[in-house]
Design a protein around this ligand. Structure first.
Ligand SMILES: Cc1cc2nc3c(=O)[nH]c(=O)nc-3n(C[C@H](O)[C@H](O)[C@H](O)COP(=O)(O)OP(=O)(O)OC[C@H]3O[C@@H](n4cnc5c(N)ncnc54)[C@H](O)[C@@H]3O)c2cc1C
Length: 341
């Protein structure tokens, strides 16, 4: 039977983030002998987090604690993961694909003489021996992988499992002593936009995509970038939707053209952009060409607004195409949302 280790960072309030709880569901589903390895600022948060998931069936709860391990930093994250892996004797190491684990785990697999796979969207197996599903070639082909080399570290993509929500209880947590390695990186603080200025919201129910049409000349022969800006921002605020973009729109900024200031390459969806997961998507002023639409693979219900009845969305790529002026439609939608609020 495989010995499975699930790695998770504890939050400062002693909870586990949604991504960690999703990975726990995957780990429990594998059916091997499960150990949970927690990393965080102090033993109290580890105990609190372990109690919240006490009913998950893990045989052991291990924790690496200390101020140095609270900070996102390769050297300390890797040291903690390596110590937890060795202490647990894990043959399979699972972790959510957060920026921290994605950065640290490949190095840990190397130190342990094992192998690593990233972007797993499914793990199935008997007695814990996993068969890992992942997509290749920009989400065009799905493969199922098995490996004989151990330990096998697997980074699990978010949004592919339900967050674990079983009973809490009292867990006994074994503390693993790790001397923090010398570090060159000091975390001075975190600068982040205010939550309502954040436009990429992975948990949003709707992906709103803006295309280059928002910045093009309209029927009156003029561009209306300012209005586009306020219509899009107003909708995102009211609907709490996540913002995606076509490549053409984000590339415009590099050409010195009128642009939507809040749009960056991080918003780009498609072959050379992101492949987000949302239940619904609404595309506006975007032509719906294949290199863009390939990024919509995991959007369940697709709608588009375009003036052109022959746009790419009309060719079987959207469930509903509204042949309409997106300025007009979004003005009305925002008014309705405002009235509802
Ligand atoms: C190798 C390669 C990789 C690529 N990768 C990506 C990628 O990752 N992501 C990506 O997006 N693209 C990618 N592209 C580019 C892609 O092929 C398209 O060029 C791009 O998606 C077009 O962007 P767009 O639809 O916003 O702009 P346009 O093609 O300019 O379309 C604008 C649309 O807006 C509509 N419109 C204008 N005004 C209105 C209005 N008032 N109301 C409603 N509709 C309106 C027009 O009818 C038009 O259909 C890639 C291309 C290549 C070659």
């Amino acid at each position: 039977m495989e010995k499975i280790l699930l790695l998770a960072h504890t939050e400062s309030d002693g909870t586990l983030a949604k991504a960690a709880l999703e990975a726990l569901t995957a780990a429990v589903g594998l059916g091997g002998e499960l150990t949970v390895g927690l990393v965080g600022a102090d033993a109290a948060s580890a105990a609190c987090a372990a109690n919240r998931i006490a009913g998950c069936g893990a045989a052991r709860f291990l924790a690496v604690s200390g101020e140095a391990f609270a900070q996102p930093r390769y050297a300390t994250d890797a040291a903690a993961a390596e110590a937890l892996s060795r202490a647990s004797g894990a043959t399979v190491i699972l972790a959510p694909a957060t920026s921290r684990w994605s950065r640290a785990l490949p190095g840990v697999a190397f130190r342990l003489g094992g192998q690593v796979d990233t972007h797993a969207t499914g793990v199935a197996g008997e007695g814990g021996a996993p068969a890992v599903s992942r997509w290749f070639y920009r989400q065009r082909m799905e493969a199922v992988l098995t490996r004989s080399r151990r330990p096998w570290a697997i980074l699990l993509d978010g949004g592919c499992w339900a967050a674990w929500s079983g009973p809490a209880g009292t867990a006994s947590v074994e503390s693993i002593a790790v001397e923090a390695p010398p570090t060159r990186t000091t975390v001075a603080g975190i600068q982040a936009p205010k939550a309502d200025e954040q436009t990429i919201r992975p948990d949003a129910r709707l992906l709103f995509v803006a295309g280059a049409g928002w910045t093009k000349k309209q029927a009156d022969g003029a561009v209306h970038t300012d209005e586009a800006d306020s219509l899009i921002r107003g909708f995102l605020r009211a609907a709490q939707a996540s913002l995606g973009s076509s490549k053409s729109l984000v590339d415009l900024s590099g050409e010195g053209q009128a642009v939507l200031q809040f749009m960056t390459h991080l918003n780009q969806v498609g072959q050379t952009g992101a492949t987000p997961r949302h239940p619904k998507g609404l595309s506006t002023c975007c032509h719906g060409e294949e290199p863009h639409v390939v990024g919509w693979r995991f959007i369940n219900q697709r709608r588009a607004i375009n003036l052109d009845p022959n746009c790419g969305w009309a060719r079987g790529k959207a469930d509903v195409l509204y042949v309409a002026d997106a300025f007009e439609v979004m003005r009305q939608v925002n008014a309705l949302l405002g009235a509802k609020a």
